[in-house]
Design a protein around this ligand. Sequence first.
Ligand SMILES: Cc1cc2nc3c(=O)[nH]c(=O)nc-3n(C[C@H](O)[C@H](O)[C@H](O)COP(=O)(O)O)c2cc1C
Length: 299
Amino acid sequence: MNKKVLLIYYSQTGQLTEIVNQFSIPFFEKGIDMEIKRIMLSEDYKFPWTGKRFFDVMPESVLGIPVSLEKIIVNEPVYDLIVFAYQPWFLSPSIPANSILINRDFIRLLKGSNVVTLIGSRNMWICAQEEVKKQLKEAQSNLIGNIVLKDTHNNLTSAVSILHWMLNGKKEKLWGIFPKPGVSEADIKNSRNFGEIIKKRLKENNYLNLQNELVENRAVEISSNLMFIEPRAKKIFNIWAKIIIKKKNRTFWLQLFKYYLIFALFVVSPVVILINKFCVQPFLIREIREKKKKYLGIK
Ligand SMILES: Cc1cc2nc3c(=O)[nH]c(=O)nc-3n(C[C@H](O)[C@H](O)[C@H](O)COP(=O)(O)O)c2cc1C
């Protein structure tokens, strides 16, 4: 019998669509029924963003508040493999990703299924994936692999260049001097190789040590500095989100959050990174190694 694969994703800019297209190429062959579904929102987010709309999705992203989705219609009641492709928004699964993860029909599909997560991010995806791991576990699915594509430029550079892309809609070099934002074309193309690895395992019906194989092939990489910053930043985002969600003058509070974020990113985070490098990392080598293992892994 043919292997049944469902790849479900959302993409606003089209970047994750390109990743999904490359990743799925190997699955279009005899013996595999590949079904690709885009998550459809009842009301989609407009692209490009305005600054106001961009920050306005922070509280709902962080608190996991869903939006309404169109009904998901799929061909099969059960799949041999589900690939869940998503992006982080504000260190959390994006609102479309959050919304599908609590969708009853999707939870029914997830139950008992093998799942691979495929992430298209800037570079801060760890906390989002920890959340997704939790939700997949709650849905009684079996996470067997995780692949992360990201912008590989310096954290501050990519923050500026991605924001430029988000606000003007063009994936281009800002002022001709910043690097092209987002996941590089070479990395997007290379996701086909990760698809190949997964397909081989699917056909063999053997997922033993799959994540190790993916890590060896650099499907996931962890930066020690970002690993230090991200969970701390997420805690602070949580506090902001809980405050803002209750406020009547939301616009004012979102402005405050925006200035806080700029300050945290460009002033606080470089200092924190220095402290981490010289005062924390040298003394916590084992703990850091353990944490890295956890984030690279699927447990
Ligand atoms: C509102 C918003 C917040 C984002 N926050 C993050 C983030 O916290 N971490 C990260 O790595 N990327 C972040 N990104 C980038 C996205 O994860 C994604 O890579 C980018 O938006 C590409 O769009 P697509 O996945 O819809 O094709 C954010 C993007 C948006 C629009």
